[in-house]
Design a binder for this molecule. Structure first.
Ligand code: C2E
Ligand code: CA
Ligand code: CA
Ligand code: CA
Length: 275
């Protein structure tokens, strides 16, 4: 019992050391992931609730590590942001998705996640411009998803960059609305074209009165500001029926399609061949 404290201390020390080693190795491997071809983009459909048609896709990054297998983005993106490797990775994602979307027969939208580090990097608006030019994607088909958290680092700089991007004709969506540093004034201060309400507000919206009240309030807010609302994480037909009844514009979630290779959605991106 006397050595108990010290033993526990050593135990935590070794756990901590293992965690640091693990993180270092991830950091290192991440730097080479793109050039080694370990990254790929999967696509998740976004649907217009009223008509039930697919109007676009969100691009979601996947990392297939040679030994660890699939590492989820919630695990590696924060590391990539801290080390700066998100700049190269994010540019690769933008180029890859714009090139892909430019090849579709149907002029659907492509939504790409942009991290705070990218948004604040010098020349980000110019990079977007160059990628649109190089890939030939019409600017109005690109939508950048930005969280409120990404704006707080340097709001003045973020606003200037977003204005330059908007001037290109690119759309800006507020991602994960209702979580984190959520503040209603951000909706007024920044030039958003859409509100993506976080999936935590959709879950059981059909049976939970509080959830339903919040959802209705956000839809009212969107109407008042003239901003369409997309509901994320729709998993059940009852949730979708609620959104339809409340005139929510767009929805995304496992019910409508899980993220997957774009070939899986060819019926939406390609014109009918007629045979
Ligand atoms: P996010 O932008 O909020 O993306 C939505 C996440 O919800 C995705 O997780 C998606 O697979 C998941 N999802 C979609 N529908 C459902 C549903 O019906 N139920 C549930 N439970 N989940 C659903 P994923 O792909 O693991 O991505 C996690 C996060 O990683 C993203 O959250 C985004 O913040 C980040 N991320 C992914 N790709 C990129 C990227 O290319 N760049 C940056 N900066 N971040 C990315
Ligand atoms: Ca997103
Ligand atoms: Ca989101
Ligand atoms: Ca998220």
């Amino acid at each position: 019992a006397k050595n108990h404290g010290r033993g526990t201390h050593r135990f935590f020390e070794s756990v901590l050391a293992a965690q640091i080693r693990d993180r270092r190795s991830l950091e290192h491997d991440l730097r080479h992931a793109a050039e080694r071809g370990e990254l790929r983009v999967v696509y998740q459909p976004q649907m217009a609730v009223g008509s039930g048609t697919i109007v676009g896709f969100e691009a979601l990054l996947r990392w297939q590590h040679p030994e660890r297998g699939n590492v989820p983005p919630d695990r590696f993106i924060p590391i990539a942001e801290e080390t700066g490797s998100i700049l190269g990775i994010g540019e690769w994602v933008l180029r890859e998705t714009c090139r892909e979307a430019a090849s579709w027969d149907r002029k659907l939208r492509i939504a790409v996640n942009v991290s705070a580090v990218q948004l604040h990097a010098p020349g980000f608006a110019e990079l977007i411009h160059e990628i649109l030019f190089t890939t030939g994607l019409a600017p109005a088909r690109l939508e950048l998803e930005i969280t409120e958290t990404a704006l707080v680092r340097d709001p003045v700089r973020a606003l200037a960059t977003l204005r330059r991007i908007k001037a290109l004709g690119v759309r800006i969506a507020m991602d994960d609305f209702g979580t984190g540093y959520s503040s209603l004034s951000n909706l007024r201060a920044f030039p958003f074209d859409k509100i993506k309400i976080d999936r935590s507000f959709i879950r059981a919206v059909d049976v939970n009165r509080e959830t339903a009240a919040i959802m209705r309030a956000v839809l009212g807010l969107g109407r008042g500001l003239g901003l369409p609302v997309l509901a994320e994480g729709v998993e059940t037909s009852a949730e979708l029926a609620f959104l339809d009844a409340e005139a929510c514009h767009e929805a995304q979630g496992y019910l409508l399609g899980r993220p997957g290779p774009i070939a899986q959605f060819a019926e939406h991106t390609r014109e009918e061949t007629g045979d």
